[in-house]
Each structure stands twice: as C-alpha cells, then as structure tokens.
Write a new protein. Sequence first.
Length: 274
Amino acid sequence: MARLDGKVALITGAARGMGRAHALRLAADGADVLALDICADIPSVGYPLGTPAELAETVAGVERADRRALGLTADVRDVEAMKAAVAQGVAEFGRLDIVVANAGIALPAWDIGDPQAFTDQIAVNLTGVWNTVHAAAPAMIEAGNGGAIVLISSVMGLSGRTGGGNGTADGYTAAKHGQVGLMRAWARWLAPHAIRVNTIHPSGVATPMVLNDTMAALFADKPPPESGADVGNLLNVTILQPEDIAGAVAWLVSDEAKYVTGVSLPVDAGFAVP
C-alpha cells in the first residue's frame, strides 16, 4: 500500500516544472491529482507560461502511474474561478486531502520601480496562494479528514539577497516572505481541523521559470557558474531539479510528517544558511 493511497491532491501550476514533478511524485505515492494551471500567458511575464498541451501531458503522466487525474484550467488570481475549479474536482473525486500551492511567476521586468512587475508578482505569488487555500480549505474542513497544505515559497522568502529596487525582485521577495506569514496564520487556523500547513523554500530549480530566454539575456554578460558557491549554494550544485523539491513535498504531506506544521523548510543546498 502506497503512503498516499486514497488521498486527492490539488496542485497549482501543474502544467510543467515543479508543478508537474509534484503531481507525478504524489501519484507515484498513491494520490489522485487535480492538476490546475492557467494555461495562458500573462502580458508582463517575459517568458511563455504553461499550455493546455503541457497540462494534458501532466494528466497523462499521472494516469500512467495508474492514478486518476483531472486537468483544471483556472487563474489563481481569480478566487471565484478557483472555487469553481475546486468544486469541480471534489465533485469528480469525492474528497480533497492535499493542496500544493505551487503556481508562481518571476522575471516579468527589471526596470527600477516598475509598478506592473511588482503588482503582478504579488497578484500571482501571494494573492494567488491566498485564493487557492481559501478555495480549497472549506472542502477539507467539511470532509473532516484532516490533510496537508504546502506553499511553494523560495529562498527569497527567507532572504532579501536579490532586492534592488526593481519591481520584479522586490515583488518576488515580498510575495515569498508573505507566504510565510500566511502559512503561520493558517497553521493556527487549520490545526483544530487536523490540517497541517508548511512552506518549502527552494533555491534555483531547473524549470521554465528559470531556464528561459529572458533569464539567459539577463545573465548573458556574466560567466557561467562553475559551482554551487558561485550562485549562493553551499553544496556543490548550481541548480536543483524539480524532483528534489517534489520529494520534500511528498514527505510533508505524508503521515511521516504528521506532527509537522507551521514550518519553513529550506530545500536549497545551503543557500539560506546565515
């Protein structure tokens, strides 16, 4: 018996990258998956976002693990759309036990004081997380089965190292710090319902949010890093893999972590060490 047998997980930003890795790992551990993605671009973001075809591939990957999957298209910035998506998923699968608030953006612009970059970072990376959990938590509470919520923050939710007055870095750092505040408040709110809430804080991960033309152009005049230390990691790895983060998610949502709540867990090769 797999450790998540009988559980249903909602994962946002599931079309690709870390979201897909979470979906496939939780499916391998026995969970059925509600895979949600915007499946559209956001004008201020300087790289393409997930597509319907990519979301379909995530669904197919879960099904290859012999688990049920449902692809849902919704924008985490729209709380009513999120409520409708959760309602559809619960009606289809009968329950909801796990939420992985993974959807996020970065690098829409690097202009000093760019207000749109800041606004969009907050809208997706912070308000979108609030919308996700407030759409999902009522169904979890009503079912009375307990559960686990994981917010995918960042090492920039523990550090101001990338700050510099521009809308992207400031907005990203503020949103990822804000997720920690939400997590702590929600850990207290949901503990009486046996629902645990934690954050995970990765350093750089090999996903389309990091490996794209906008990022490449930004660092085109800099030599490539040769070790983890060059990018701030203490361990000798320059970039993590999505599966590295998915492994931590799988542990946090399992009964092996049944008494872990209100925790900010770095999975960052030592980046956040003071």
